[in-house]
Design a protein around this ligand. Structure first.
Ligand code: CMC
Length: 374
């Protein structure tokens, strides 16, 4: 065995889960018995939490009661902000500021802790974006839906129904996705008995790396660089000639389609029908998608390269008014429900995660051994 064996743990089964199945061959994502295709665009994020968290907390309330409890948790979490935070934290990225603020949420394994951890990314990201704009943070409205309250706390204006529905579609779509790096990190920490806040902090830290949480920003950079639908073919062909990868296309596991891309494309179209997306932006995105898929097909005829989740994530988050510097933090706002569910599942059904390593360093040399005392 060499130190490259099991590199990245590819193909290693590290958990049995009831939470989600990523079926790459069928292009299907199943979330606790529900195909993503059937629920994205219909469910609010609160409904998704009620689904993912069932059996993991004693007396989990119904989805409407859970929504109210989550609203109250947003208020609890806002109380953790201090008067001088804007001076200390507004220079950080929203994700880094959130890591610092999340450390203030008391650890625990109960439902109130879980709700505060789901509330935290939304309240903290909105506060940091306001501070960066030179504005004070806004107080949560517990009666509002989680998605609508987030958008209002960012912009200062009530979200339209269509904007809140689009953000719900996003949060539901990214809530859980098998044993990805951040979810695995959360499960490892949970397996030590450290508590939900520690597990969520581990997940958040894993998301900071560009290999996991950082692709939708570059999709918008690409659209900005292309500028106009007529320029798409020339720009994309030149990028491929330089050996670059087109952002928002291809996937390691999904080999026929990424169901999350379809769910978000549908949500974006619905938002556009309600007048919530600039018409030129949709036309540009659709032209780039069409041209990119044709170019990739022509260059890699034996390979299925389809649009992935990041392409429409970028367009949807931009359309609901979230800046690209906050995209990874918004991803955390969705994935946190999955981290909490996996952490609870690990504690209830799993053991301490303790894999082995193979020592491939030098053998102890006789000449350098320290002499035993006489
Ligand atoms: N643009 C151009 N060529 C591509 C692309 C792309 N986006 N994706 C794959 N290819 C080519 C690649 O160059 C390779 O060619 P060759 O065989 O000549 O070396 C061939 O297609 C197969 O690529 P691969 O490296 O085996 O594909 P992979 O399954 O390892 O990589 C990927 C998957 C997502 C890293 C890759 O498709 C990529 O870099 N995409 C662009 C970045 C992106 O959109 N990332 C977000 C992915 S979704 C994240 C999530 O699920 O959370």
């Amino acid at each position: 065995m060499t130190d490259d064996d099991n590199n990245g743990l590819e193909g290693v089964v590290a958990a049995h889960t009831v939470l989600s199945e990523v079926d790459g061959a069928a292009g299907r994502l199943v979330l606790r018995g529900h195909a993503l295709d059937d629920i994205a665009g219909r469910w609010r994020y609160e409904d998704m939490l009620a689904l993912l968290w069932q059996d993991f907390f004693a007396q989990l309330p119904s989805a409407p009661e859970l929504a109210l409890a989550l609203g109250r948790a947003r208020t609890d979490v806002a109380a953790l902000l201090r008067a001088d935070d804007h001076a200390m934290l507004s220079a950080l990225t929203p994700l880094e500021a959130m890591r610092a603020l999340l450390a203030r949420v008391p650890d625990g394994d109960d439902l109130p802790t879980a709700l505060r951890l789901v509330a935290a990314p939304v309240v903290f990201t909105a506060a940091v974006l306001r501070w960066k704009a030179g504005e004070p943070a806004l107080v949560p409205e517990p009666e509002a839906s989680h998605a609508a309250d987030f958008l209002r706390m960012v912009s200062g204006r009530p979200a339209t129904w269509a904007q809140a529905a689009a953000l719900d579609a996003y949060l539901v779509t990214v809530a859980d996705h098998g044993l990805n790096a951040s979810t695995f990190a959360a499960r490892v920490v949970a397996s030590t008995g450290a508590g939900l806040a520690s597990a969520v902090l581990a997940g958040l830290s894993a998301l900071k790396g560009p290999l996991h949480g950082g692709a939708p920003g570059p999709v918008l950079d690409m659209l900005d660089a292309i500028g106009h639908a007529d320029a798409a073919a020339h720009w994309l062909e030149a990028a491929l000639d330089r050996g670059e990868r087109l952002m928002g296309f291809g996937h390691r596991i999904y080999r026929v389609r990424d169901p999350r891309a379809d769910a978000l494309k549908k949500a974006l179209r619905q938002l556009a029908q309600a007048g919530g997306v600039e018409a030129g932006r949709v036309a540009l995105a659709e032209a780039v998608e069409r041209t990119a898929l044709a170019s990739l097909q022509a260059r890699k005829p034996g390979r299925v390269l389809e649009t992935n989740v990041e392409f429409y994530t970028a367009l949807l988050l931009e359309a609901v008014g979230l800046p690209r510097e906050a995209f990874t933090a918004v991803f955390a706002a969705g994935r946190v429900g999955g981290w909490v569910a996996h952490a609870r599942e690990q504690v209830q059904r799993g053991r301490l995660i303790r894999p082995q390593s193979v020592y491939v360093g030098p053998a102890p040399a006789a000449a350098t051994r320290v002499a035993e005392p006489a």
